[in-house]
Unconditional design. Sequence first.
Length: 133
Amino acid sequence: MADIITKKQFFYRGKSLDELKAMDVREFAKLLRARQRRSVLRQFQTIEEFINRSKIKISKNKPVKTHQRDLIIVPQMVGMKIQIHNGRDFTPVEVVGEMLGHVFGEFSLTRTKVKHGAAGIGATKGSKAQAKH
């Protein structure tokens, strides 16, 4: 048998990625859930400005950095490599189809998991006693 590996085509609410990219930002908003739809319709100008600025930076081979964690991901952003600020540094993120309708901030976490190390001198009663001797 021939091993044919086919990439599964991405669909969002029954529309292919090519159809979605052909849509206007406000048309795409009609496919989103209520909260995201309201957000996109309120800030569609900001989203369009971000897309236009990003395309210019990508053409100049500069990284696209942003502090705008509240922007909803729209189809025109799919394939972009964006660096999203998390309060301390920029987290590199490549936008894929499954991220549509989500917010940038969801992919650049502000809090990291606590990694506890060994206790230092004076951290426990036993270590204080050892330090005196």
